[in-house]
Write a protein that binds this ligand. Structure first.
Ligand code: FES
Length: 107
């Protein structure tokens, strides 16, 4: 059965840096607040065990802090070597000041 999983409060997000969210209910996530919306990706780089929330956000690209690989946070597609595998992305659902993802997106 599908359910909404609360990720964080909108007010907890920075306009300039990703926010790392950890829970027993989903993998570590990186949440990004851009001018045109909220975007959510897995926080762990697909190239290694780096937290992307500790990386460098430039527009809609997140650069990994370990080896300089990068991803488009809207699509999850890698944009810079050595990242080759896409990052998982999730649809952010905004309700009453909180951000959720659909549990089916974890399947
Ligand atoms: S761990 Fe992210 S680029 Fe290597």
């Amino acid at each position: 059965m599908t359910e909404l999983l609360k990720i964080c409060a909108l007010a907890d997000l920075s306009d300039t840096e990703p926010t790392r969210v950890v829970s027993d209910s989903f993998p570590p996530l990186a949440v990004y607040r851009l001018a045109d919306g909220i975007f959510i990706t897995d926080d762990t780089c697909t190239h290694g065990n780096a937290s992307l929330a500790e990386g460098y956000l430039e527009g809609d690209v997140i650069e990994c802090p370990f080896h300089g690989g990068a991803f488009d946070i809207r699509t999850g597609e890698p944009t810079a070597f050595p990242c080759a595998e896409a990052l998982r992305t999730y649809v952010a659902i905004l309700r009453d000041g909180f951000i959720y993802i659909d549990s089916e997106s974890l399947a």
